[in-house]
Ligand binder design. Structure first.
Ligand SMILES: [Fe+2]
Ligand SMILES: [Fe+2]
Length: 279
């Protein structure tokens, strides 16, 4: 069995193809069912496994799977066991970080956010914080931006120091992966739950021209922005999507479950796109 987490990835052509999946929101470890309409539980379960199957059946070679948080909707070890089993069975190196739902149970998911009760939970020990994956031509930095018992995230002073140290000590092009978004997506309700301390973060990383890419989840939608020379990608959930540019909470009923590919070339260039689950 593959060792977890991935810490080095090396390929013959020097290019690294990353599959990013995010916001799985599984609330049960039950096996996937083929009946997509049976319940919300099995819908998220079905979509997670269907996306893994679809993505890995494509012609593109997958060198690494990154899972950027909100793996579960209820913090239960059995659900993580199931997710890790599915990921191990791909035979592809992978790494997972926490989102808010991995450290907080929300009671009253059918209620508006401000009426829900938030209960702090410890993160599963398999979720990584401040983890490095070295590739031949890139440095990949994984950060845990979650705060126990809260929806919003943060980049702590320790995280920021660590990121700067890594960028200082390695001049390869760099990618940061985390759950919370670091730039507004122009949707008031989601933007009130982004990472705190972003101004300090952007100020400090502006010194490092070789930081090329940041990928995040949490926003349940596809976006791409440029800031301080960095390309920032938000990635759709493998289950349900939020409606872009809405100031009040709204699902995007028409958007399919999705995932992102990133191709990190050996010259520091990046190609990235989102694919959606086939109907
Ligand atoms: Fe989420
Ligand atoms: Fe989230």
């Amino acid at each position: 069995m593959l060792s977890y987490p991935a810490s080095t990835v090396s390929t013959l052509d020097g290019q690294v193809n990353i599959l990013q999946i995010t916001d799985l929101h599984l609330s049960s470890p039950v096996p996937a069912v083929d009946d997509k309409t049976s319940s919300e539980v099995s819908v998220c379960q079905y979509h997670f496994e269907a996306i893994i199957k679809q993505a890995l059946n494509k012609d593109i070679r997958c060198d690494l799977i990154m899972v950027t948080g909100d793996l579960v909707d209820k913090v239960k070890p059995a659900i993580y066991d199931h997710i890790f089993k599915v990921l191990h069975e791909t035979g592809i190196p992978f790494a997972c970080i926490a989102g808010n739902h991995d450290v907080t149970d929300e009671i009253g998911a059918d209620l508006p956010f401000f009426q829900r009760e938030l209960i702090a939970r410890p993160a599963d020990s398999r979720l990584l914080n401040r983890h490095i994956i070295e590739t031949d031509y890139w440095q990949l930095l994984l950060l845990d931006s979650s705060i126990t018992g809260k929806v919003e995230g943060e980049i702590t002073a320790t995280d920021m120091d660590w990121v700067c140290e890594q960028l200082d000590s390695c001049d390869k092009p760099a990618l940061i992966a985390l759950h919370h978004h670091l730039l507004p997506v122009d949707s008031d309700w989601i933007d009130s739950h982004m990472a705190k301390n972003v101004d300090t973060f952007w100020q400090r990383i502006s010194a490092f021209e070789h930081l090329k890419v940041i990928i995040n989840g949490h926003t349940h939608q596809e976006q791409m922005r440029q800031h301080e020379g960095v390309t920032v990608y938000s990635t759709p959930s493998t289950c349900y999507q939020f409606k872009p540019f809405e100031d009040d909470f709204a699902y995007d009923e028409n958007a399919r479950p999705g995932y992102r590919w990133l191709q990190l070339a050996n010259n520091g260039k990046v190609a990235s796109w989102v694919e959606r689950l086939d109907t």
